[in-house]
Design a protein around this ligand. Structure first.
Ligand code: SIN
Length: 327
C-alpha cells in the first residue's frame, strides 16, 4: 500500500445496491436499561431493524439506492464458529457474484471481528468492497454508535473503486487483515498497529490514505472441510513450561501459535517443547503477545514469526494454510 491521500465520494444521483448481512454482536445487542452499556445481550435485534435506525438511509433509498438485508447468524461474536465463518463467506461470495451488487456490509461483534475480517480477506480478496462494521454500545443504549457506523459502512460499500475487506468503526476505515480490537469499552476501540487507518469517513466522504486491500484469494473451497484442523494459541510468560504443548500434542494438535514476549521471544522451557512439536510436523508460529509493531527477525530464529499479525489472526493464517493443503 503506497502513501497517498484521496478524497472520494459517491456521485450525486448515483444508484447503488448494497447487501447487508447480519451476524449479531453488540450492534444488535439490547440491555434491560437504556443506560446499561455493559450488561447487555449481544445479537438480539434483526439486521433489517438495525437498518431502519441508520441516519440518512431512507433518503438514500429515495434517491435510488437499494439496500437488501439478510440474517446470516445472530450470535455474540465470542462464540464465532468455523461453521458460521463458512456460511458467512459463502453468502458474501454469492452476493458479490451478482453483477448488480456494488458492495456487501457485514454487521459483526467487535470481539472476533479481526479474525473474521482476516479470514474473509484471505479467502475472498474481493474485487468489490466487503465492509465489516460493529458497535461498542448496544442498540438499546441512549447513545448507540451502531447507526452511524452502519451508515459509514454503507457509504464505503457504495464507493466506486473500493475493494477488499475493510472494517469501519468510529469514522475510521481499517484494512481487514490489519484491524485489531485494542480497547474493551471505548467506541474508538480499533487500531491497526504501525499500519494505521486506511481511510477516514467524514460526512459521507472518504479521505483515503492508502490503497484498498488487494491480494490473491485462496477461494471458498479452502473452507469446505467438515472437520477443521486443531490450531491452538498458547502464551509465553514468566514460569512458562512445555507441559501444555505436550498435552496438546497428545490431543492431536496440528498448529500452534505462541503469543511471545518482547521481539518474539519465548521462555526456554516452552521453546524446547515447541521445537519438539515443530520437528513432529506441527505448524508452529510466533506472534506478539501484545502491543503494536512487527516481530523483527534476528537471523537465527528457530520458529517462524507472524510479522504484525495478532495471535488470533496468526491462528486463522495457520488454519487456512493447513486447510489449503487438504483442499
Ligand atoms: C460481540 O463481539 O459479539 C460482543 C461484543 C461487541 O460486539 O462489542
Amino acid at each position: 500500500m503506497g502513501d497517498m491521500t484521496s478524497i472520494e465520494s459517491i456521485p450525486e444521483g448515483a444508484s447503488r445496491r448494497i447487501v447487508v448481512l447480519g451476524t449479531g454482536g453488540t450492534i444488535a445487542g439490547t440491555a434491560a436499561a437504556a443506560g446499561d452499556n455493559v450488561g447487555y445481550t449481544a445479537g438480539q435485534v434483526a439486521v433489517a431493524q438495525l437498518l431502519a435506525a441508520v441516519p440518512g438511509l431512507q433518503q438514500r433509498c429515495e434517491a435510488g439506492w437499494t439496500i437488501e438485508s439478510e440474517q446470516v447468524a445472530q450470535i455474540d461474536s465470542k462464540d464465532m464458529s468455523h461453521a458460521v465463518w463458512r456460511r458467512l463467506a459463502e453468502r458474501v461470495q454469492i452476493h458479490l457474484d451478482r453483477p448488480e451488487v456494488d458492495g456487501v456490509v457485514v454487521t459483526h461483534g467487535t470481539d472476533t471481528l479481526e479474525e473474521t475480517a482476516y479470514l474473509l480477506q484471505r479467502v475472498l480478496a474481493p474485487s468489490k468492497p466487503v465492509v465489516l462494521t460493529a458497535a461498542m454500545r448496544p442498540a438499546s443504549s441512549t447513545q448507540p454508535d451502531g447507526p452511524q457506523n452502519l451508515a459509514d459502512a454503507v457509504t464505503v460499500a457504495g464507493l466506486p473503486g473500493a475493494c477488499g475487506v475493510v472494517a469501519v468503526l468510529a469514522g475510521k476505515v481499517w484494512a481487514g487483515a490489519e484491524a485489531r480490537k485494542v480497547h474493551p469499552y471505548r467506541p474508538d476501540a480499533f487500531d491497526a498497529g504501525d499500519a494505521g487507518p486506511l481511510a477516514h469517513v467524514e460526512e459521507s466522504r472518504v479521505r483515503r490514505l492508502r490503497e484498498w486491500p488487494q491480494g490473491a484469494p485462496l477461494g471458498l473451497q479452502v473452507l469446505a472441510a467438515d472437520i477443521w484442523p486443531e490450531v491452538q494459541i498458547i502464551v509465553s510468560h514468566a514460569g512458562a513450561d512445555g507441559r501444555v504443548v505436550d498435552l496438546l500434542m497428545e490431543a492431536g494438535v496440528q498448529g500452534l501459535v505462541v503469543a511471545a514476549t518482547g521481539n518474539g521471544t519465548v521462555h526456554q522451557d516452552l521453546q524446547a517443547a515447541l521445537l519438539r512439536a515443530q520437528s513432529a510436523g506441527v505448524a508452529v508460529v510466533r506472534a506478539l503477545r501484545g502491543g503494536s509493531g512487527c516481530i523483527v527477525p534476528t537471523g537465527h530464529d528457530l520458529v517462524p514469526d507472524a510479522g504484525a499479525l495478532t495471535a488470533a489472526q496468526a491462528r486463522v493464517e495457520i488454519l487456512l494454510r493447513l486447510l489449503s493443503r487438504r483442499a
